[in-house]
Design a protein around this ligand. Structure first.
Ligand code: NDP
Length: 300
């Protein structure tokens, strides 16, 4: 029986954050400019508050300038759009992140379309998505898929010519990851299958074909051992809270993969928590530094 090697996403993310901190310090030494990111938080969704706080702490630790603009839940769409325009026009700010979900009176697509693409460090603007789709370069890709790419690269998992099966086609994870993996470049060049709920009972037939299996479904422990071929690399993007009466909190986090069973079949596996999750913030810092570098070069 195989026993998977477990990827330590927490340690890998800490390494990347340290690399970004050092590079940002060098950038400051040569240009006098500190990368600066603005977070906009609308309302007081507890999960969003935690995410934004953690991103602020990460920015601080990387030596970035940062600001969180918190506005009440009843903020009108037009007021939020005005805030975005002001950040777009501020030359001292290089990155802008509007925390989703937004209250129902604000249309997310209006927000995404208004972001200055060069400051859109989340990679959601149609110009960034389009440039990624056609492999044009100079784009920002969303941070979670970037984190998966970085993880595969640092673990020296070859992807070129291998069959990657991604389960989940969201604009946040599955779809951009399929685009990144199938780029015609030596670092990518994978043969990608993008599965989703319409696969139905055929899902297992697809996942068993994978050399690398990536689960981004949002369904606790949906990928069971019988769906995984011996020796597969398994990356679990899912973060799901389930009831657990043995914990004081009454709950715990699990991924989309049945970790305890799949670890006896996979060759390499990510845990939840402590796998892909920490990589997302690390890649947000990387994107923000890149944004600052690109914008500074453009002005010189
Ligand atoms: P979405 O709900 O937007 O998308 C889920 C996708 O999975 C959909 O494409 C859906 O198919 C597919 N799916 C759901 N059930 C099945 C099934 N039984 N069989 C096949 N396909 C299925 O989720 P996200 O992409 O936003 O997030 C996915 C997971 O990743 C979540 O657990 C989320 O918490 C986590 N996540 C983790 C991050 C991190 O930092 N590590 C960041 C972002 C997300 P269909 O399109 O047909 O509905």
């Amino acid at each position: 029986m195989t026993e998977a090697r477990v990827i330590d996403g927490k340690r890998m993310a800490a390494e990347i954050r340290e690399e970004v901190r050092r590079e940002a310090a060098q950038f400051f030494d040569t240009t006098g400019i500190r990368p600066r990111i603005v977070f906009i938080l609308v309302g007081n969704n507890p999960a969003s508050e935690v995410y934004v706080r953690n991103k602020g702490i990460a920015a601080e630790e990387a030596g970035f300038a940062h600001e969180t603009k918190s506005v009440p839940v009843e903020t009108e769409e037009s007021a939020l759009l005005d805030m975005i325009l002001a950040v777009n026009e501020d030359p001292a700010t290089h990155g802008l992140l509007v925390q989703f979900p937004l209250p129902q009176q604000i249309r997310e697509e209006r927000v995404i379309e208004l972001l200055a693409p060069e400051k859109d460090v989340d990679g959601f603007h149609p110009r960034n998505v389009g440039r990624l789709a056609i492999g044009m370069g100079n784009y920002f890709a969303p941070c979670t898929p970037l984190g998966v790419m970085e993880m595969l690269s640092r673990e020296r998992v070859p992807v070129a010519g291998r069959h990657v099966v991604i389960v989940g086609r969201s604009n946040l994870v599955g779809k951009p990851l399929a685009l990144l993996l199938s780029q015609k470049s030596p670092k990518a060049n994978a043969v990608v299958t993008l599965a989703h709920s319409a696969a139905g009972a055929k899902l297992g037939d697809l996942t068993r074909e994978a050399d690398i299996l990536i689960a981004a479904m949002g369904v606790p422990r949906a990928i069971t051992a019988d769906m995984v071929r011996e020796g597969t690399v398994v990356i679990d993007v899912g973060i799901n809270r389930i009831e657990d009466n043995t914990r004081a909190s009454g709950s715990r986090l699990v991924g989309d993969v049945d970790y305890d069973a799949v670890r006896h079949k996979a060759s390499l596996l990510t845990p939840v928590p402590g796998g892909v999750g920490p990589m997302t913030i690390a890649m947000l810092l990387r994107n923000t530094l890149t944004a600052a570098q690109r914008q500074t070069l453009k002005r010189q």
